[in-house]
Design a protein around this ligand. Structure first.
Ligand code: FAD
Length: 476
């Protein structure tokens, strides 16, 4: 029977579940008052690093060393405590959480006075045949390394092939989802592949193709139309094929069937179409909407709970008009700080918790080749100026001086040298699928020709699921 750990006598404890943008900044804000109030701040996460998501695309396209896109959680909590563990259960009736130490079956129970749930989101996989088995996603540092590696692996194999059709199949990369992540990765990955191509004399320029498709009638649907049009035109000018009002209907190891009737010969599809509430959050005994997101009051407390708070992607925090705030890092950070201030107000008896009002500062999307689109404090920018702003903003926002310096060094080196094309051999870990077991590939395939020369059976377009790529909730 696991023991329940209580705070020291006379002390109050705030437990924060999730050390992402919401949780880590909430912990930091609470820590400032910790010794004054005799407060124990305990931050819990399944991994001991914080992912700076806006840089994941660059990490996946060789723009920076992947490790430089993450920060140690220990840099966030200096006076508080960090526990690397998975959240196993939350028991509000006992005011305790159960944690399983990551990678073990060791469990702890932790009592709390206030609990903050900030467990983020996962990739939303609608029931499209073959999607879970074959698609790549971009939600972790491993995903970004695996995707970059995949591009290089395909270039290496294609470089040895005489057959142009096969080269084109291997070097056709399809990105599904035309919101920020999809657009950024399509633009940056296209630029990365063409830069890398110089090392592969057997690969011709037109062997490489990046296709971006989206269910909506334009890319970047939450950005102003003129900026989205600029990004669209830039991507097409460089050779990215954009298919609108189009989604994926079926995915196979060597082809993607689209809703417009086309079958694309491809081995790599990146799914960037929407986020979902994590399973663990969906299991929690709290009120949720029909998609499993935590319902909160305007002050960020969970509906019906005076001492439990929900912030970031996993919660539906509402603006003054009653609309949910978008699932973005800038909102999660401010919700984290706001929840911390409200908890401190209550603990210090300074009055009621206050509603969380956030005015978005702006949106930025880098689309490769030193261009970006941006709308910051109402001012619109595009091209190099927007790209420069993009880099400056994220350099400033990157936590810790050490990481800032590493990032600045990576970017400076990149001004003078080409991107590194070392293939690390990191491959996507097949994800579990409830419907059918993941296909592991054929271990017999050893030579590039054998790898490339499997038969591609024809399929009838339009036979797959009607599920669209339109996200339930996405980063806007
Ligand atoms: C590729 C990509 C690019 C993005 N770019 C931008 C951008 O440019 N600008 C922007 O504003 N937003 C961006 N976003 C969105 C932004 O990253 C999220 O909105 C933000 O991270 C949400 O913060 P959070 O704290 O809710 O979740 P997260 O930052 O995801 O943190 C959740 C934490 O909970 C932990 N966790 C989850 N489940 C468990 C469990 N069971 N046990 C223990 N720990 C657990 C996770 O390990 C994680 O550390 C991007 C997202 C992606 C995927």
């Amino acid at each position: 029977m696991p023991v329940t750990y209580h705070p020291e006598k006379g002390k109050k404890r705030v437990v924060i579940l999730g050390a992402g943008f919401g949780g880590a900044y909430c912990a930091q804000a609470l820590e400032k008052a910790a010794s004054r109030l005799g407060l124990e701040v305990v931050l819990v996460d399944q991994r001991n690093y914080f992912i700076f998501y806006p840089l994941l695309v660059e990490a996946g396209t060789g723009g920076l060393e992947p490790r430089h896109a993450v920060v140690s959680v220990h840099d966030f909590v200096r006076k508080g405590q960090f526990i690397m563990a998975e959240v196993a259960a939350v028991r509000p009736e006992k005011r305790e959480v159960e944690l399983r130490m990551t990678g073990t079956d060791l469990t702890h129970r932790l009592a709390y006075d206030h609990l903050v749930v900030a467990l983020g989101s996962t990739t939303k996989f609608p029931p499209i045949p073959g999607l879970r088995e074959h698609a790549f996603e971009l939600k972790s540092i491993g995903d970004s390394v695996a995707f970059r590696d995949r591009g290089l692996q395909m270039l290496e194999i294609a470089n040895t092939l005489e057959d142009k059709e096969l080269r084109r199949e291997l070097l056709h990369f399809v990105v599904v989802g035309g919101s920020f992540t999809g657009v950024e990765i399509a633009g940056e990955f296209h630029a990365f592949l063409h830069e890398a191509r110089r090392h592969f004399p057997g690969v011709e320029r037109d062997d490489i193709q990046v296709t971006l498709c989206d269910f909506a009638n334009r890319i970047l649907p939450t950005l102003d139309e003129d900026l989205a049009r600029y990004a669209h035109a830039q991507l097409e000018k460089r050779g990215v094929r954009i298919l609108l009002k189009t989604t994926l209907e079926q995915l196979h190891e060597r082809r993607a069937v689209l809703s417009n009737g086309e079958t694309l010969r491809t081995r790599t599809v990146l799914w960037c179409a929407g986020i979902a509430s994590p399973e663990r959050v969906q299991e929690m005994p709290f009120e949720k909407d029909r998609n499993g997101y935590l319902l909160t009051e305007r002050d960020l407390r969970l509906v019906g709970h005076a001492d439990i708070w929900g912030i970031g992607d996993c919660a539906l925090n509402l603006d003054p008009e009653g609309n949910p705030y978008p699932a973005t890092a800038q909102h999660a950070i401010r919700q984290g700080k706001h929840a911390a201030n409200n908890i401190l107000r209550l603990l210090e008896g300074r009055g009621e918790a206050l509603p969380c009002d956030i005015v978005a500062q702006g949106t930025l999307a880098a689309i490769g080749c030193r261009t970006a689109v941006a709308k910051v404090f109402g001012i619109k920018l595009s091209g190099f100026a927007a790209w420069f702003l993009w880099r400056t903003v994220y350099l400033m926002k990157m936590p810790t001086l050490m990481r800032k310096l590493r990032l600045a060094t990576d970017w400076t080196v990149q001004l003078f040298f080409r991107r590194d094309i070392v293939q690390l051999g990191v491959h996507r870990i097949p994800r579990e699928t409830p419907a059918s077991p993941p296909q592991q590939g054929n271990p017999e395939r050893e030579t590039p020709e054998e790898y490339a020369a499997d038969e591609v059976p024809e399929v009838e377009p339009g036979t797959g699921s009607a599920a669209g790529s339109s996200p339930g909730r996405s980063r806007s």
